[in-house]
Design a protein around this ligand. Structure first.
Ligand code: NAD
Length: 367
């Protein structure tokens, strides 16, 4: 055990960035430090072939710098595929600020961070993520135009969560069409796990369509509010994964499809908002396929949020935002067909289509 630790530490010393497991040919990784404000941030630019690298800034108390670096590498790569599969002219990027957002985030720190973003001349465009609020993006906007998710009064596109929920609803309908032969969700038993910003809006769509919605959350107050508002049943059981259901919608945490849950799952469709739902993309993707559970890839169907902030850059309005988000239905169906034809998991199909789009653009640019 001790030997392992030494071994890992030695590896880190030899290849501290390019040798990281999460490193996947990222174009640029920028370490930002400011003594006066206490800012310690890392900006990861994974790929800019399709456009500037857009992705949120996360402020988190990482256990150590390796954890922060791995997070930014992993998340920025994810953004490349999310934008590519959605058909946006954006690359993938992300930033992390090391620290406690509740106690260490100051206006000075945010502005200093904004100056670092500005120094990249638009190769990276930031937005909100965990630990950030619209007001923080407004502070960044004071020093750079390379930011989205600002207040509506300053030209921002507003709260992304209802748009994200609409995209998830579209992806779910497409998965239902593939699995059940109809995209009508009336009378389908749908478990929504996590009824926060996105989950609640999804429950509303589902209730309007007459689905039998069962909600689960660790927050009792949320359960009461959402149950009352939409007539959804509250889940009081011990093990949601073992329940009989048509559709499982993970809208809380990632990695809920894992070694413990996967063999218990009785759902026929999985479609939810949470990021990184598969604990192991390859292994669990393949297991879902074997068990004929129709999995709508998370990074595709939860792209409503990025479609919403992209509107700030392109200057399009709500109608176009909704049209692009609605198109998640078509793309999801395309992924199911591609996965069947190519005998691959839906996750891999989505990744491959995204990669093809990037490669085609690269070729075009090199002509
Ligand atoms: P949120 O924080 O508003 O809601 C999350 C909810 O999950 C909370 O009500 C929380 O109590 C609940 N929860 C936490 N742990 C739980 C558990 N173990 N079991 C059941 N419930 C639990 O977050 P959100 O903005 O609604 O986002 C939900 C998910 O979707 C997140 O994974 C987020 O990364 C992802 N996502 C959100 C957006 C967006 O536009 N907000 C966009 C893309 C992806």
């Amino acid at each position: 055990m001790v030997t392992d630790v030494i071994h890992i530490n030695e590896l880190h010393k030899v290849d501290p960035v390019f040798g990281q497991l999460s490193f996947d040919n990222h174009e640029q990784v920028v370490f930002c430090n400011d003594k006066d404000t206490g800012l310690k941030a890392i900006i990861g630019i994974h790929n800019t072939v399709l456009g500037p690298a857009l992705g949120g800034t996360r402020m988190w108390q990482y256990k150590n710098e390796w954890e922060a670096l791995n997070d930014v590498l992993r998340l920025s790569r994810g953004m490349t595929f999310k934008s590519a599969i959605t058909g946006l002219n954006l690359g993938g990027g992300k930033a992390v600020i090391i620290g406690d957002a509740k106690t260490q985030k100051t206006p000075e720190l945010m502005k200093r961070f904004g100056e670092f973003v500005h120094s990249l001349s638009g190769r990276y465009i930031t937005a909100e993520d965990i630990g950030m609020e619209t007001a923080d993006m407004d502070l960044v906007r004071d020093v750079t135009p390379y930011v989205t998710g600002i207040s509506e009064s300053r030209g921002g596109a507003g709260n992304p969560s209802p748009i994200t929920a609409y995209g998830v609803f579209m992806g779910m309908k497409a998965a239902a069409k593939y699995k059940f032969g109809s995209d009508v969700l009336e009378d389908k038993k749908v478990y929504v796990q996590g009824i926060g910003h996105v989950g609640e809006a999804l429950v509303e769509h589902l209730s309007n369509e007459g689905a039998k919605v069962i909600i689960a959350d660790i927050n009792e107050e949320r359960l009461q509010v959402v149950s009352k508002a939409y007539g959804a049943e509250i889940y009081r059981g011990e093990d949601i994964y073992s329940e009989e259901m048509d559709i499982y919608a993970p809208c809380a945490l990632g990695a809920t499809i894992n070694d413990n849950s996967i063999n218990k799952l009785k759902a026929k469709v999985i479609a939810g908002a949470a990021n990184n739902q598969l604990a192991d993309e390859v292994k669990h993707g393949a297991m879902l396929r074997e068990r004929e559970i129709a999995y709508a890839p998370d990074f595709l169907i939860n792209a409503g949020g990025i479609i919403n902030v992209y509107a700030e850059l392109e200057g399009y309005g709500k109608t176009e935002i909704m049209r692009k988000t609605e198109n998640i239905y078509n793309t999801t169906l395309e992924i199911f067909t591609h996965s069947e034809v190519n005998n691959s998991t839906t996750h891999n199909s989505a990744l491959n289509i995204a990669l093809d789009r990037i490669e085609a653009r690269k070729k075009e640019a090199n002509k």
